[in-house]
Design a protein around this ligand. Structure first.
Ligand SMILES: [Cu+2]
Length: 243
């Protein structure tokens, strides 16, 4: 209940778990703050017109008609134009910060999407391969796990083996397409408060018959434990979602 209330007063969007997503979150926030008073003004004017100029006995059916109200015309051109320019600049700056890739990330993980599954490859060669067997159960929690450390810069190098897919962790408030022949890189700095938690990830680009089963877990690990964890993992771990 408390969470619901907190969500409502934050204008309907939850916070994410990375440093990058605060840019997206602020963008949503500012859009709501602009849209709500604007909506109130427009709806208020409609209601006022409908009530004030409603048909009443003794009044002319059509109110006085006139054209060219220059101050009003300037106002309703200038205000939307200013808003569009402001939002454009704001979106551009937010995208720039989200897309910023650090020259020396603490960890680089290669993520390959394919029909239908994911392959996560770490710098020491350890790989997690999750693929979908025939007729999987949509509720299956047998999913490949992408383990990432919190509190440092992680670079994801995203590829596709075949068609277009999209890497989406809702808690990142971010997704990026995986396109064959293109290396899409992005950084995430997961907040230390997310350490020890598990989040769902999924493909969000329709990519064929088993697209809905193309999911994975994101396991966030404290920075100091991650190095030891990775040193103890070698070879391939294969996860197959079953029915
Ligand atoms: Cu896909």
């Amino acid at each position: 209940m408390h969470e619901l209330f907190a969500t409502v007063i934050r204008w309907g969007s939850p916070n994410g778990i990375t440093k990058q997503d605060s840019n997206v979150y602020r963008l949503w926030d500012i859009t709501y703050y602009i849209a709500i008073p604007l909506g109130a003004i427009v709806i208020g004017l409609i209601i006022w017109c409908a009530v004030r100029y409603r048909e009443r006995p003794g009044y002319e059916r059509i109110p006085r008609q006139f054209q060219y109200h220059i101050p009003l015309e300037i106002l309703y051109t200038a205000v939307p134009l200013a808003l569009v320019i402001f939002l454009f600049v704001y979106v551009y700056q937010a995208e720039d910060r989200v897309d910023n890739v650090a020259p020396n990330p603490a960890l680089v993980v290669r993520v390959d999407a394919f029909q239908w599954g994911w392959r996560f490859t770490y710098p020491n060669g350890y790989e997690v391969l999750g693929s979908v067997a025939t007729e999987p159960n949509i509720n299956s929690t047998d999913l490949p796990v992408l383990t990432l450390p919190a509190g440092e810069t992680v670079q994801i190098n995203l590829f596709s083996d075949d068609v277009n897919h999209s890497f989406y962790v809702p808690a990142f408030l971010f997704k990026r397409d995986a396109i064959q022949g293109i290396n899409n890189s992005f950084d995430v700095n997961i907040l230390p408060s997310a350490a020890g938690r598990r989040y769902i990830g999924e493909c969000t680009q329709f990519c064929g018959v088993y697209h809905p089963f193309m999911r994975f877990w994101l396991q966030v690990m404290p920075k100091d434990k991650f190095g030891t964890w990775l040193a103890h993992h070698h070879g391939s771990q294969i996860v197959t979602a079953k029915g």
